[in-house]
Design a protein. Structure first.
Length: 77
């Protein structure tokens, strides 16, 4: 299997000077910035948990902890 180099040959590339440099005007202008690259984001959901699911999870944790506490007290007595 032969390996083909992705780099262009300087003799065949357009816009190159004899030493391999690029003359002014051959390179594209620099990019302005990235924020203007995509569409405007209009839907930004809030981060974090909602109050109701968090309260349900905490309530369930408290119930499980209370069950094991009562179970341990019954075993001790």
């Amino acid at each position: 299997m032969t390996h083909i180099s992705p780099d262009p040959e300087p003799e065949r590339s357009t816009g190159l000077e004899p030493g391999g440099g690029v003359p002014p005007g051959e390179t594209p202008p620099a990019e302005s910035s990235l924020p203007g690259a995509g569409p405007r984001e209009t839907h930004n959901p809030t981060r974090g948990w909602a109050k109701a699911p968090l309260a349900l999870i905490l309530g369930l944790v408290v119930l499980v902890a209370a069950f094991f506490l009562v179970y341990a007290l019954v075993l001790i007595l």
